[in-house]
Design a protein around this ligand. Structure first.
Ligand code: SAM
Length: 225
């Protein structure tokens, strides 16, 4: 159950220094407004494969994985600490962190309007049964929340091995006036699409089982179309 999860009353009340100690000074040292902010989020990050690859792809950006399962989030935390220690001389992996959170609730408590440039939804839980569809991580209501958090030009990335879920995500995001689906040619050129195909744990599993991977990416528009 997630009713014991803690969340800040607003983005400025979050202790980001705790998550990115090498890159964000503690509150005592600076005002939160000058501090670097999280720009990329991996929703339901699982065991953190995507985060680890994004860390080196975007060394100057702060990247956050959100994961609801406590043991899994602890695993990712340990994984990141180990990587930071291993690569201490080069200062790598200080830009990734994991937060145990229910991403379907309270995202605007963590991030400000237009703060994010990329949101990843990699192999989200399919919730096959019709009465469970409302638990899916992309719905019309949540699409509006994602549009609020993403800056114009920001990207939503989705990948799944479940065709029905792919079609569901495409339908809900295409129906939203602030998102436009990007063409296949764009997907073929984008480095993050390559990363989410091959570096997520779930993507590797699907690869081993020779399953399909359905991808859809959406740009956050400046104005409703
Ligand atoms: N993205 C990872 C990957 O591709 O390897 C993990 C995919 S796994 C099938 C889905 C993950 O989403 C699980 O780790 C699950 O605990 C997490 N999850 C499900 N609902 C969530 C929510 N509301 N908030 C945060 N994480 C969630």
């Amino acid at each position: 159950s997630d009713h014991l999860l803690e969340y800040p009353i607003g983005p400025n009340h979050m202790d980001w220094h705790k998550l990115y100690p090498a890159l964000i000074p503690s509150e005592a040292e600076t005002s939160t407004d000058e501090a670097k902010q999280v720009e990329i989020v991996d929703i339901g990050c699982g065991f953190g494969g995507l985060l680890v690859s994004l860390a080196t792809e975007f060394p100057d950006k702060l990247i956050l994985g959100m994961e609801i399962r406590v043991q899994v989030s602890h695993y990712v935390e340990d994984r990141i600490i180990a990587l930071r220690q291993q690569h201490a001389p080069e200062g790598k992996y200080n830009n990734i962190a994991v937060l145990r959170a229910n991403a379907m609730k309270f995202l605007p408590n963590f991030f400000k309007k237009g703060q994010l440039s990329k949101m990843f939804f990699c192999f989200p839980d399919p919730h096959f049964k019709i009465r469970k569809h409302k638990a899916r991580i992309v719905t019309s209501t949540l699409a509006s929340e994602y549009a609020y958090l993403l800056r114009p030009g920001g990207i939503i990335y989705t990948i799944t091995d479940v065709l029905d879920l792919h079609q569901w995500m495409v339908r809900h995001l295409e129906a939203h006036a602030l998102f436009r689906r990007l063409p296949k040619e764009w997907e073929d050129e984008d480095p993050c699409v390559k990363i989410m195909r091959k570096d997520t744990e779930e993507g590797k599993k699907v690869e081993r089982n020779k399953g399909d991977k359905w991808i859809a990416c959406f740009v956050r528009l400046d104005h409703p179309e």
